[in-house]
Ligand binder design. Structure first.
Ligand SMILES: C[S@@+](CC[C@H](N)C(=O)[O-])C[C@H]1O[C@@H](n2cnc3c(N)ncnc32)[C@H](O)[C@@H]1O
Length: 250
């Protein structure tokens, strides 16, 4: 049965199905059969700045006031897929007047990220265990400023593009969550993913402000921070693809 064929109008059923397709279910930390040092750190030592998948959505619409005890007009950025947190740490220290939320699925890099930032003295960083496809459960519309997505899993096997983070449906979600004038910064080693993502962007509300197939030979090279994965790819001689998307001022 084709739900989208009801007189060409979007039905309630179509909406429900589309929403379910893009929602991802992840395990609950408290239900893990065995806890480890990272899951325990998440819910104990770092609990004030590290949020599991159940506590994180309770901050929706309140990250500035509740988590960072700052005012509503301070910039709040998001890094999706922090890995071991080298950029997360760098960014928090580079712009201490901005606030930074990291999102990471895996426990070890999540704890490495927040530990690195706290050890460096960052007071403007928090992290959450969450699936990026569910980002609208974490932030209200217009709650976010800039978004960083560096080397997300490329999902290059033929049937897997639906798992790619940068796709039209996720771009539409991020667009709603960002304030006008904000950007999305994206880097990948995968040319397949990059070219595919450029096509997705054409059908999204974003404008491409800058795009290069070789970041390190571009005018952005000098201001670029080399992330953990980027170091590995550069050592292998792989070119880094980069784009910057902008949500135009209303
Ligand atoms: C290839 S690593 C890149 C890490 C880091 N950004 C860097 O450049 O070194 C991708 C990271 O994204 C995380 N990740 C993958 N899928 C995710 C998702 N759906 N939501 C949140 N994080 C995710 C992985 O656990 C991994 O740490």
């Amino acid at each position: 049965m084709k739900f989208s064929s009801f007189n060409g109008n979007r039905s309630v059923m179509t909406d429900k199905i589309e929403r379910n397709v893009s929602k991802r279910i992840i395990n609950l930390t408290r239900e893990l059969p065995v806890q480890n040092q990272y899951t325990l750190a998440l819910d104990n030592e770092y609990k004030h700045v590290a949020f599991n998948e159940e506590r994180a959505p309770l901050n929706k619409g309140q990250w500035r006031e509740k988590v960072f005890q700052t005012s509503a007009n301070q910039p709040l950025d998001l890094e999706i897929g922090t890995g071991a947190g080298h950029f997360f740490n760098y960014q928090a220290l580079k712009q201490p007047e901005r606030f930074l939320v990291g999102m990471e699925l895996k426990y070890k890099p999540l704890i490495q990220s927040i530990r690195r930032a706290l050890k460096s003295g960052a007071k403007n960083a928090a992290i959450c265990r969450f699936h990026a496809f569910n980002v609208e459960d974490l932030f209200d519309e217009n709650e976010l400023n800039n978004v960083f997505i560096h080397f997300p899993d490329p999902w290059v096997t033929p049937k897997k593009p639906r798992n790619r983070l940068v796709q039209k449906s996720n771009l539409e979600k991020l667009f709603k969550l960002q304030k006008s004038g904000s950007f999305v910064e994206f880097k990948t080693d995968s040319l397949v993913y990059f070219e595919w993502a450029l096509e997705e962007i054409k059908n999204s509300p974003y404008k491409i402000e800058f795009c290069t197939f070789d970041l390190h030979q571009s005018e952005k090279a000098s201001e670029n921070f080399i992330t953990g994965f980027e170091t590995i790819f550069l050592k292998q001689g792989i070119k880094i693809n980069y784009f910057l998307l902008r949500k135009s001022e209303a």
